[in-house]
Every structure is written in structure tokens, then in C-alpha cells.
Ligand binder design. Structure first.
Ligand code: C2E
Ligand code: MG
Ligand code: MG
Ligand code: MG
Length: 283
């Protein structure tokens, strides 16, 4: 029997729940060894200039090459890593790896259209004292320019604890690192607040793009956000673009950038070289 439910009542034993808990515990126990033995990998997904169709940036997306279970996406371990704190070390590794990779791409082909690599930063990682210093160290170590780095943070991070977080964001931007709000629109930030936020880019959440062709309301929302962002000098990246019609609608609104399966799924580094080198229009 397990204790649970709304009022702490005793419920019947649930095997699925047991499996889920066991998996979480196993993941938690394995994460640190996974860091030490370098089981993490980064895939990269192109971010496209909607006007030219060229790759303008890439987002790094972490994967865990589990010795038994195979390649695991973030869904299988990020939440547990957040809870246990392992995300700080994983995130630091991803940051250093992504910058190292990007610097190598630049060195191999200085004329490539790729201008930046975007790295996800968890709230816990950002709040760990010394984060700004670690970003600086990662840039130095890779021989990377701050302009090559875009950091993706969440709306809730910018809203909570404004003082310290905003100070750090300002410091990063003063260095030349740019900041994006990931999954924009899923949190609670008011549009008027946007004017003051020390950020450069809004990544408009996939849920907005999903209904852009089928819901007038959603279309109007995206149109308004794109217009507002332009007036505030913020760039917009539309996430989760899957259909040509969505891309066309976004382009008509003047949304500058897009990312999604329509252009490319996340791929391994060698494939990025091919995509950026050929200056191939992805759509
Ligand atoms: P995210 O940062 O919003 O990244 C976009 C996610 O959407 C990726 O999933 C990507 O593969 C997926 N995606 C992109 N285009 C499409 C599309 O057209 N259709 C659909 N259905 N999906 C699309 P992924 O790689 O599984 O990552 C999931 C989440 O895990 C990320 O969402 C991010 O929040 C987190 N994550 C990934 N890498 C890292 C990391 O290095 N550090 C941290 N803290 N979080 C990470
Ligand atoms: Mg992201
Ligand atoms: Mg996102
Ligand atoms: Mg997302």
C-alpha cells in the first residue's frame, strides 16, 4: 500500500506508479556517473532566417547515451536532474561542449551562415552562485566570442527574484552574450513587463504556432506579439514550425526566425556542417 491522494488517504498499490518511482530513483543514482563517464551528447537544431531560408543559428539539445537504455531525450532525466541538482553540472557541460563545437565550426568555415549557438539554462543552474563567471570561463576555454552565445532561460526565472537575476542578466548582456526567453507565452509575464526585461529574443512557444492556421484568435495573438516585439527591438523565433502554411503565415507577419521539424529535426554536429556549408535553403 502507498500513501497518497488528495487527503492523504491510503490508496491501492499502483504498479505503474511504482515503476515510475523506481525509474526516477535509478535515473537519479545514475546521473552523476553519467557526468563523470561522459555519457551526455548534444544534438543541434537549426534556427532559420524566414526571409532567406538560411540557417542563422542552432539550439543545443542534450541527450543521454545510456549504456543500457540507449539514447534518451531530456524528458527522461531533466526533471530528476533539476530536483537532485545534477542539472548544474550537466548544464555546465552542455554550455562548454556547445561553445567548443561552435568554435570548431567557425574555425573550419569562417564564412558559414551560422552566427550563434543557443544553450538552454535551467533556473537552478542560473541561480547557482558564480553562473556568470562560469559562462565567462566557458567562453574563454572555447576561444568563443560572447556574440556567438544565446542563453535560453524561462519566463518564471525572470519573474521571480528579479533583483539578482536581472543584475546577472545585465552583466551577461554587457559582456555581449544575448538572452532569449524560451517557451514564451506559457508563463505569466505580462506583455507590458516585456519592455523592461533585460532580454534580446523571444522564443514563441510551439503551442501558439500549432493553432496559427486553424484559430483566428491564435493568429491574432501571434501577430500582435510579433508586432510588439518589433517595436521593443526584440527578435522573435517561432518554435515548432511543422507546416509550410505556418511558415508562410509567420513570414507574412514579419516574424524574423523559425525553428521546427519543417526545417530540420535536431541533428548531430556533422550534419550541421553540411547544412550550413552548402548554404542550403532548408525550405
Ligand atoms: P526547448 O528548449 O523548448 O526545445 C525545443 C524542443 O522541441 C526540443 O525537444 C525539440 O526537439 C522539440 N522540437 C523542435 N521542433 C519541433 C517541432 O517542429 N515539433 C515538435 N513536436 N517538437 C519540436 P527536446 O530536445 O526533447 O528537448 C525538450 C526540452 O528539454 C527543451 O525544450 C528544453 O526545455 C529541455 N532541454 C534540452 N536540452 C537542455 C539542456 O541542455 N539544458 C536544459 N536545462 N534543458 C534542456
Ligand atoms: Mg530551448
Ligand atoms: Mg523552447
Ligand atoms: Mg518548448
Amino acid at each position: 500500500q502507498a500513501k497518497g491522494g488528495a487527503k492523504g488517504t491510503w490508496q491501492r498499490y499502483q504498479p505503474e506508479l511504482h515503476t515510475a518511482m523506481t525509474e526516477r530513483l535509478e535515473v537519479r543514482a545514475a546521473l552523476h556517473e553519467a557526468i563523470d563517464t561522459q555519457q551526455f551528447r548534444t544534438m543541434y537544431q537549426p534556427i532559420i532566417d524566414l526571409e532567406t531560408g538560411l540557417i542563422t543559428g542552432v539550439e543545443s539539445l542534450v541527450r543521454w547515451e545510456h549504456p543500457v537504455r540507449g539514447l534518451l531525450g531530456p524528458y527522461h532525466f531533466i526533471e530528476v536532474a533539476e530536483e537532485s541538482g545534477a542539472i548544474v553540472a550537466i548544464g555546465d557541460w552542455v554550455l562548454r561542449e556547445a561553445l567548443r563545437q561552435f568554435a570548431r565550426w567557425r574555425a573550419d568555415d569562417p564564412d558559414m551562415t551560422l552566427r550563434y549557438v543557443s544553450v538552454n539554462v535551467s533556473a537552478r543552474q542560473f541561480r547557482t552562485p558564480g553562473f556568470v563567471d562560469r559562462v565567462r570561463a566557458a567562453l574563454d576555454e572555447a576561444g568563443a566570442k560572447p556574440e556567438w552565445l544565446l542563453l535560453e532561460i524561462t519566463e518564471s526565472l525572470v519573474l521571480r527574484d528579479a533583483e539578482q537575476v536581472w543584475a546577472d542578466l545585465r552583466m551577461l548582456r554587457a559582456m555581449g552574450v544575448r538572452i532569449a526567453i524560451d517557451d514564451f507565452g506559457t508563463g505569466y509575464s505580462s506583455l507590458s513587463y516585456l519592455r523592461q526585461m533585460p532580454v534580446d529574443v523571444l522564443k514563441l512557444d510551439k503551442s501558439f504556432i500549432d493553432d496559427i492556421l486553424t484559430s483566428d484568435q491564435q493568429h491574432t495573438m501571434v501577430d500582435a506579439i510579433v508586432a510588439l516585439a518589433r517595436n521593443l527591438d526584440l527578435k522573435v523565433i517561432a518554435e515548432g514550425v511543422e507546416e509550410p502554411g505556418q511558415r508562410a503565415a509567420l513570414a507574412r507577419m514579419g516574424c524574423p526566425y523559425g525553428q521546427g521539424y519543417l526545417f530540420s529535426r535536431p541533428v548531430w554536429p556533422a550534419e550541421i556542417v553540411a547544412l550550413a556549408h552548402a548554404e542550403a535553403q532548408l525550405v
